[in-house]
Ligand binder design. Structure first.
Ligand code: DAH
Length: 349
């Protein structure tokens, strides 16, 4: 409130300085000190100032009110006498200025930047593929069977649009994996060698909203395709990410799992930052689950017009909000806070 009061005073002073007739001065009086003037309105916020600070702020407000009244009446007198007022006489440029309020980037934006930098430094290209997507790219081309539960409107948002004959219904993409085949098709179009190092980072949507899920969230998807790519490369990239993003002391492990579009598939864990992998209350056995990965399924390569006999690749993907929480050790009672636009919360980052 103090800052606002000082801004109001500065505004009033500079308007009074520039005014060159009585009518203008009367208007300034109304605009600042009138019943719905700026200062009068600001004074209504006094009740929100903590009790112990109120007398001090109240005093400042009074001083400012008197100052504005005085400068208006001084200026009126001068105008009546036909004198000009030099601006420099009243403006004390040696006084400390008022610090402008500074914003900061949203914590998810900060995480996106940091994650992109890690992967760009080892040759990945950051791309974005559509968030409003066809079923074919999100599921069919990724080897999902027709009756897979993810394709149900219980889990995925469907767009009210006539389904395409070729690509099926239109949806909001539920994962960044839908960029895999798009990227392959784009890359093979005019190149003989489909050498891909993709980082697709985008918004995803699922029918979920609870303390640890939001309907809109961000994921990033890595895809590397070339001749001779193997699980060792995947493990190397994961380890590089874990060490760069979470810190040198952390390590990763892969566990067999099942995804439709990778074979073999893995779940990736990182060692717990609290107990360093020994096992504690948070992680139980020393590891925290990070996301999914695997070697690109031959059917997916075929959908992307890439010869699976000649080329191999790996893919991985997981949530930005998830790694952000794990990195910052943020123990948020409700993940939805991130998108609540509460300044008090966001200001901390
Ligand atoms: N798309 C998966 C999900 O949203 C995550 C994932 C799993 C991505 C395995 C991958 C992968 O690239 O190989 O749960």
């Amino acid at each position: 409130m103090e800052e606002n009061l000082l801004h109001i005073k500065n505004d009033a002073v500079s308007l009074v300085m520039d005014a060159d007739n009585l009518a203008e001065l009367n208007q300034i009086y109304i605009d600042f000190l009138g019943r719905s003037g700026k200062l009068t309105k600001e004074l209504k916020n006094l009740k929100d100032v903590p009790q112990e600070k109120r007398p001090e702020v109240g005093k400042l407000a009074n001083e400012i009110k008197t100052a504005i009244e005085t400068i208006i009446s001084d200026k009126k007198k001068l105008l009546k006498q036909g004198k000009r007022v030099e601006r420099a006489e009243k403006l004390d440029i040696t006084k400390p200025g008022i610090k402008p309020k500074k914003g900061s980037q949203h914590l998810v934006t900060q995480a996106i930047k940091e994650i992109s930098q890690v992967f760009e430094s080892i040759g990945f290209n950051r791309v974005r593929h559509p968030e409003v997507e066809w079923d074919w790219y999100a599921f069919e081309s990724l080897n999902f069977p027709e009756d897979h539960p993810a394709r149900d409107d219980w889990e995925t948002f469907f767009i009210d649009e006539k389904p395409s004959e070729k690509y099926g219904p239109m949806i909001l993409t539920p994962h960044t994996s839908s960029g895999q085949v798009r990227e392959m098709l784009e890359q093979v179009k005019d190149k003989k060698n489909p050498s891909i190092r993709m980082l697709n980072l985008a918004k995803c949507y699922r029918r979920q909203s609870d303390v640890s899920h939001t309907e809109m969230f961000h994921q990033f998807e890595g895809l590397v395709i070339d001749e001779g790519i193997n699980i060792g490369h995947l493990k190397g990239v994961l380890e590089y990410f874990v060490k760069s993003y979470f810190g040198k002391a952390r390590t990763s492990r892969i566990r067999p799992y099942q995804f439709q579009f990778t074979e073999p598939s893995f779940e990736i864990d990182i060692s717990c930052g609290i107990c360093n992998g020994k096992g504690c209350k948070l992680c139980k056995e020393g590891w925290l689950e990070l996301g999914g990965a695997g070697m690109v399924h031959p059917n997916v390569l075929k959908a992307g017009k890439i010869d699976p006999e000649k080329y191999t690749g790996f893919a991985f993907g997981w949530g930005v909000e998830r790694v952000l929480m794990m990195k910052e050790g943020l123990n948020l009672p409700d993940l939805r806070l991130i998108y609540s636009n509460r300044i008090e919360f966001l200001k901390q980052f």
